[in-house]
Design a protein around this ligand. Structure first.
Ligand SMILES: [Zn+2]
Length: 326
């Protein structure tokens, strides 16, 4: 049974709203919904340009709703964490009274074409479409929770925060689990191909030259000393969730006596000022107290390997070392 690792990347954006969406969002804080006049039509949510011709629209705003009529809908039986409601609901095109185009929003409860719905406002509104928690059956708007909205400043709502987020799952090769298990015993596991004789770092499930799958009979213990061949100094950007505050090193290490380079390895007691090609290093293993459940991270397949520490041996002087990145 294949095991999967789940990861989530979040991209936080702050975007400017402009004069039309800004006016729309500002009105939401006041429990009002604005459309924009386009000839005989009223577009809601408002747009800056005529969707048919691309001509710029005058900022002639019209208050619409708050109730409206469901024009079409789809049922969401299993909401995701990013959906507006945490129980089954409908997404519906709702044509608000006075508008000629529909607004897409959530409806809490069963719904049919032609149903009348009204907004359920949040008590705390910030100038975002989610200030309307959802729509509910009937003609009367509701407010959810205590009314606690701060009026926006003189310029109204001009910016909006938005977190784009992706969650993905990667299969974990059996060989990675084996290498992590070996690391708990403070062994640096590798694999040796019986056909070509090449040695690989642990976690690689096959020989890419011979397409031969590695099994435990191909396991070899790798040396725990080596030489830095390349490095990068990472200056951490303080994005949300960043835990590093100081510049740190990721080094490429050519292990002694085998043709294996470990990439992007953490270093220990080696400062960005002192790192250079040719430094001799030894593996440092986690004590039981330092063990991280599951392993992984920057050390890749070597769960209990904390990093590499200068071992005091003289530097290796070899101009070709720098070319060893794999
Ligand atoms: Zn091979």
């Amino acid at each position: 049974m294949t095991r999967f690792d789940e990861s989530t990347i979040t991209f936080p954006y702050t975007r400017s709203l402009g004069p039309v969406m800004g006016a729309f969002m500002t009105a939401l804080t006041d429990q009002r919904i604005l459309g924009i006049r386009n000839g005989d039509d009223v577009i809601c949510p408002p747009m800056e340009w005529d969707p048919a011709t691309g001509a710029e629209l005058a900022h002639d705003f019209v208050e619409v709703g708050p109730a409206g009529t469901v024009e079409s809908w789809t049922w969401v039986p299993v909401p995701s964490e990013q959906h507006p409601l945490d129980h089954p609901f409908a997404f519906a095109f709702i044509r608000l009274d006075g508008a000629t185009t529909p607004l897409l929003h959530a409806v809490d409860g069963e719904v049919a074409d032609g149903d009348r719905v009204a907004p359920r406002w949040k008590g705390t509104r910030i100038g975002h479409l989610t200030d309307i928690a959802c729509f509910v059956p009937g003609e009367e708007p509701e407010v959810e929770g205590d009314e606690a909205t701060e009026a926006p400043g003189e310029d109204g709502v001009v910016m909006m925060d938005y977190n784009a987020r992706i969650t993905y799952r990667n299969p974990v090769p059996v060989a990675v689990d084996r290498a992590v298990a070996a690391s708990k015993e403070h062994r640096l596991l590798g694999s040796q191909c019986p056909v070509c004789g090449r040695t690989y770092s642990g976690g690689k499930g096959y020989c890419p030259i011979d397409s031969l799958e590695f099994t435990p009979e191909h396991d070899v213990d790798l040396p725990e000393t080596g030489t830095i061949t390349n490095y990068t100094i990472v200056t951490p950007v303080q994005y949300p969730g960043q835990t590093e505050t100081e510049p740190f090193i990721r080094a490429f290490i050519l292990l002694d006596g085998v043709d294996v380079v470990l990439n992007y390895q953490p270093t220990i007691e080696l400062s960005p000022e002192d790192v250079h090609v040719g430094v001799r290093v030894s593996a440092v293993w986690a004590s039981p107290a330092e063990e991280v459940e599951g392993g992984g991270g920057m050390a890749g397949a070597y769960g209990s390997l904390l990093g590499w520490i200068p071992n005091g041996e003289p530097d290796v002087e070899d101009p070709d070392l720098v070319n060893r990145i794999f």
